[in-house]
Design a protein around this ligand. Structure first.
Ligand SMILES: N[C@@H](CCC(=O)N[C@@H](CS)C(=O)NCC(=O)O)C(=O)O
Length: 201
């Protein structure tokens, strides 16, 4: 059985896994899912009905990008994207969660903007404020070192964060690069990697 990643080309959560798989040189079949009309065969294997879903050679089926990333890193450990030290790993998971929360909020705001053409609803303001609070948080963290966890190698936290910021660029704009120079340098440097630039949504 061949490995499969069910994904969507604009999905930031799918992109996390595409970058991880490319960096680990793991071959697989990419199967694009129409998110507006999800095939019943996809819904059968994905109770949450969201991409990404990863199916391994032995039939192991996993949804939720973070669970997939952890599984892949354990199963195919070279090179590692989660630290082996328990405390550092916890830090990595925390930053990944911050980045994924940002990603979730960008998706919600974009859908809100698409569906609500009238006056801005209070929830839109709340989402905008919340999203803009994330930028200085990341800027401060990345001002201290090349990568989010410090040290000289990137981790799953960097991958998740670049996917969320890349998704913001797709749906809104790249103006944040003017205000957050360390974040811009980090983001642009990561885009020199083929796994990253070849998956830009
Ligand atoms: N927590 C999930 C979130 C996945 C997610 O929100 N996927 C979006 C695309 S980026 C999706 O499939 N949306 C379709 C839907 O909600 O119907 C993960 O990390 O994989």
């Amino acid at each position: 059985m061949s490995r499969i990643l069910y994904y969507h080309p604009q999905s930031n959560f799918s992109r996390k896994i595409r970058i991880l798989l490319a960096e680990k040189k793991i071959e697989l079949k990419l199967e694009e899912i129409n998110l507006r009309n999800k095939p019943p065969s996809f819904l059968e294997i994905s109770p949450i009905g969201k991409v990404p879903v990863f199916v391994d050679e032995d039939g192991t089926t996993i949804w939720d990008s973070t669970l997939i990333a952890e599984y892949i890193d354990e199963q195919y450990p070279e090179p590692r994207f989660y630290p082996t030290d328990m405390r550092q790993r916890l830090d990595c998971r925390k930053w990944e969660e911050v980045a994924d929360t940002l990603g979730d909020q960008i998706i919600s705001l974009w859908i809100f903007n698409l569906t609500n053409k009238g006056e801005k609803a209070p929830y839109q303001f709340i989402l905008e404020q919340s999203i803009h609070r994330f930028f200085p948080v990341f800027e401060q963290q990345i001002a201290q070192s090349e990568y989010l966890l410090g040290g000289e190698t990137w981790s799953m936290a960097d991958i998740s964060a670049l996917c969320s910021f890349g998704y913001y660029n797709l749906r809104f704009n790249e103006d944040w690069k003017l205000d957050y120079p360390h974040l811009k340098t980090w983001f642009d440097r990561l885009h020199q990697r083929e796994s990253v630039y070849s998956t830009i949504p």
